[in-house]
Design a binder for this molecule. Sequence first.
Ligand code: FE2
Ligand code: FE2
Length: 308
Amino acid sequence: MTSTAKKIPENVKDSLREEIARRMKRDDADIPLLPVIAAEAMTLLRNPMVDFRDVTALIEKDQRLAGQLIKIANSPFYRSLYEVRGIRRAVTVIGLRGVTELIASLAIGQKIFANKMFEEKVKGLWEHSIGCAFLAQEIGGMRSDNAQDAFLVGLLHDIGKPLVLNIIAGRMKRRPEEYPAGPEMEAVADELMDEFHVAAGRSLGEHWRFPDNIMHAIRYHHNPLKEDIPFGPALLAGVVDLYAHKFGLGVEPRDTDCSSHPWVSAFEFSAGELREIESSLCGNARMIAMNTLNATVEETPEAAAAGA
Ligand SMILES: [Fe+2]
Ligand SMILES: [Fe+2]
């Protein structure tokens, strides 16, 4: 099991770090096009007049996506009395807004969270993103000024991570002698994702023309109390991230007291709200993330095609 654990020399690691830094600087991170269906779903999410027909028409454009939504509608979190067999029923069970959010998530997920070289890691990132999205929506809903784009803020705050991973996988494919797959490279990937994911996310957000709220969350979720920024979405993403780490949403759980953290204090939650977050919302977010993962994990043809 440890036969592949070849030590990666510091200079080899530094050379990879330089490639990532250089490509970030030149805006050359092989960013794919935003899937049309995701762009349309994101537009619908910002339109308060959206109706049933808009959403079903969008789903009908993509049969694979329709199948995944039906699976999610039949998953334990949403399970209704009868088996869901069609799109219309799936929309009714999940809800108009929920379905639209899932369409955006699934379409982006298929495009960005696809990497053969780091399959397990990508699954964790995907689970983290979906879990944070649901948590952000619930927590954002407790504060109306944080509700706008809350789901997407949670979903996309770490969107730079899979992008960094794709660059690393590209180099591993080109130079397998220097960068052998195994635990050492897994650790290097974690370190470099931490270091570069904000820059990578920013670059992707600019290409995909994300709204300001999402850009702020991507850029500042690791320092949301910095004075000179509108801290709403970044603070929301930061708080959600704290809870995601405490409850192990796509990451190793860590024993920490979130309620005394300054970011959580800045939200001024009541004791009841804090209890609700810890006792039910985090559990629900995990369940939805797992259900979504299960509905999509065996269907990632672009992962094979990207081979990245
Ligand atoms: Fe992050
Ligand atoms: Fe995160």
